[in-house]
Design a protein around this ligand. Structure first.
Ligand code: WTA
Length: 647
């Protein structure tokens, strides 16, 4: 069956920054002479000391290293704020929409944001925080989250945002891993009409993370929260006492900017480390080209700042480009399933960038929630975080965008800093479900199991052959783990962990993770993390977690659990384990299925046969493959007989 292709609308081809010819030309140039290409692109930033070196990178073990613009200096907060003041001080930088539509929105201009950031940066300095210090941020989606990020960047402190949906245990682990001495939080967050007890969570977390000396607490909901003397200070009054000017720290391009913890296939979450210059160039450039962004346009990326999408496309990208970025505290279905589109109408949003999981959930509610809103302001739609299935793509295109708005389906990762494979709205005919073509400077390859390069139409492991400026530079505190995780599966290449197909027209189709990472509602989770949470429960002997297909979330969490012998595995225990995992990691890790089993299928050498567990979780039990190497093949029969999906 031939796939539909949506040509570039004539108006887009004419008016966009980049049309198809220009894309081809620039892509070639970026590959043929990266130094010249990036020397030019990096001019979009204000450098304090201009760089002379551009690309100094190698993925080979012998001379492994990734450095971009390494002798240049700059400050990212100054690039997001100060340089806009002469001409755009009164332009709205952040348009904030509260969880509850009855509450007041906030419009913060560049002048105001600059002042707030300076005051907060001075406050951080007054608490002894400076260049290289780690600052943990555990805040809801409020403008102060952006203020905190930019204030860190201003003084050269390294921010580490922990998504406000993570539990105290998960927060404590992330505070300790990077030895933060300070945590920024709020009394409470709000999501979908419910309060999230952030400060109380911090108090619990700090019992396990005694190195924290300062907690700055934003009074957001006004809830009554405990105050620890000398440790806890009030955000608004303490920042209010500070001066509204703060000299930005001169940072080297390769000085760290932020850490963001993300799940991998093994062990505890890794602190993905991004540095200043390359990340900034990548964030600003991709934000401009992918969204065809021009100053004055109202742009909304509906991601949380707790994830990389929020870092690059809510805060840094749009602000470097002098844009107006919408920040939304709430959820897509509160008070009802029209909320996204009501906010679009309220602010006259032109560019909307969201996640497939939200779209699928809204699609299930029916078209009327969309069609009762105007959406006339919308010109461009985006998708990120997981593969978008063609049905959801078509719905987004036809119902939300009324067939008028191109969709940019952007493939990227926490590790890549910004969009890597994506259509450009003025250049790329769209195929629903395909992320299309590589961004400038990106050299994707598909490899087979032996590491052989596949040509033409093919399916294999997605690797990137050469460095790009936005690439992560290290795993915090464990540089060896960085090399081992990404550069040893296929020697000399960056391995993404994703599978991918390339069709005869050269379009890339991401097929999903091929390692032990699952993507639940666009949130990355290591199966190993959920397993270790389960086995930490006193009644659990062993656990194996795999992904299962889920109509809304993309993937759900399927946990096989073996209890200790004296324990009765019943529904009560299921509920207890679900609660336990939520408490250990957070609600995003809630198992969808718990399947009790007296044993897990293992090879004679004791290795769990995950392939079989995945098949059962997918309810694809007709082709379990070779089970002859199992120590006890009866285990599989038992699993099949007790599968909750089999009924
Ligand atoms: C998946 C989010 C298909 C992919 C920016 C990747 C996608 C992981 C897409 C990274 C897309 C992200 N199409 N899959 N457009 N975008 N992914 O680190 O599996 O939270 O490896 O970064 O999400 O998730 P992360």
């Amino acid at each position: 069956m031939s796939q539909p292709v949506y040509p570039v609308p004539a108006k887009w081809a004419e008016e966009a920054l980049i049309d198809n010819g220009r894309y081809q030309e620039m892509y070639r140039a970026s590959i043929d002479d990266p130094d010249a290409f990036w020397r030019r692109e990096a001019k979009r930033l204000d450098w304090i000391k201009p760089f002379t070196q551009v690309k100094e990178t190698s993925f080979d073990e012998a001379d492994f290293g990734i450095r971009w613009f390494a002798d240049g200096t700059l400050n990212l907060s100054a690039n997001c704020l100060d340089r806009h003041l002469a001409e755009r001080a009164d332009t709205v930088a952040i348009l904030w929409e509260p969880d509850n539509p009855a509450d007041q929105e906030r419009r913060i201009t560049y002048r105001e944001l600059h002042e707030d950031v300076c005051r907060f940066a001075n406050l951080l300095r007054s608490r002894g925080i400076g260049k290289g210090d780690r600052v943990t941020i555990y805040l809801p989606m409020v403008p102060e989250a952006a203020v905190a990020m930019l204030a860190c960047a201003r003084i050269g402190a390294i921010h580490s945002i922990v998504f406000a949906g993570f539990s105290p245990e998960a927060l404590a682990g992330r505070i300790q891993d990077c030895d933060s001495r300070i945590v920024l939080t709020a009394d409470e967050g709000r999501r979908g009409g419910k309060a999230v007890p952030l400060k109380a969570n911090v108090d619990v977390a700090l019992a396990h993370a005694p190195g924290v000396e300062t907690v700055i607490v934003l009074a957001h909901t006004g809830a009554d929260v405990t105050k620890v003397d000398r440790r806890d200070i009030d955000w608004t009054s303490a920042a209010g006492d500070q001066s509204a000017s703060c000299e930005p720290e001169e940072m080297n391009a390769e000085d760290p900017l932020f850490i963001l913890y993300t799940s991998g296939s093994t062990g505890k979450p890794k602190g993905v480390l991004h540095t200043t210059g390359g990340y900034a160039v990548w964030a600003a450039m991709t934000h401009e080209y992918v969204f065809d962004y021009r100053q004055g346009q109202i742009y909304w990326c509906a991601a949380d700042v707790g994830w990389v999408t929020g870092h690059t496309y809510v805060v840094y990208g749009p602000l470097m480009n002098g844009g107006t970025t919408v920040m939304f505290e709430g959820v897509p279905n509160f008070p009802d399933a029209s909320r996204f589109w009501q906010v679009v109408d309220k602010f006259q949003v032109e560019i909307f960038y969201g996640a497939p999981t939200a779209l699928r959930a809204l699609m299930a509610e029916g078209d009327k929630w969309v069609t009762r809103t105007s959406r006339k302001s919308l010109r461009l739609l985006g998708s990120v975080g997981e593969p978008i299935n063609p049905e959801a793509w078509e719905w987004y295109y036809r119902v939300v965008g009324e067939g008028r708005c191109p969709i940019v389906d952007t493939w990227w990762q926490t590790e890549t800093g910004g969009a890597m494979i994506t259509p450009l709205p003025g250049a790329t005919p769209l195929k629903p479900g395909s992320a299309a073509f590589p961004m400038f400077g990106v050299r994707p390859l598909l490899l087979d199991g032996e590491g052989k390069i596949l040509e033409g139409a093919a399916e294999g492991s997605l690797v990137i052959a050469d460095s790009w400026p936005g690439q992560m530079r290290s795993v915090w505190g464990d540089h060896e783990r960085f090399f081992q995780t990404y550069f040893t599966t296929y020697r000399g290449y960056y391995f993404s962990g994703d599978g991918c197909r390339r069709d005869a027209d050269g379009y890339y189709w991401i097929t999903g993770r091929i390692d032990d990472v699952i993507n639940v509602s666009g949130h990355r989770m290591g199966t190993a993390e959920i397993e270790s949470a389960l086995v930490a429960h006193c009644k659990v002997a062993e656990a194996a977690v795999v992904g299962m297909p889920h109509a809304v979330k993309g993937q759900g969490i399927y946990a096989y659990v073996t209890t200790n012998v004296e324990v009765q595995p019943d529904d009560e225990l299921k509920a207890e384990l679900i609660k336990w995992v939520r408490q250990e990691i957070g609600p995003i890790a809630t198992p969808d299925v718990i399947h009790f089993t007296p044993a897990l299928p293992k090879t004679r050498s004791g290795k769990i046969m995950r392939r079989i567990l995945r098949k059962i979780a997918e309810n694809d039990t007709g082709s379990l493959g070779d089970t002859s190497t199992l120590a006890d093949p009866q285990v599989v029969d038992h699993l099949l007989a007790t599968s909750p999906l089999a009924e």
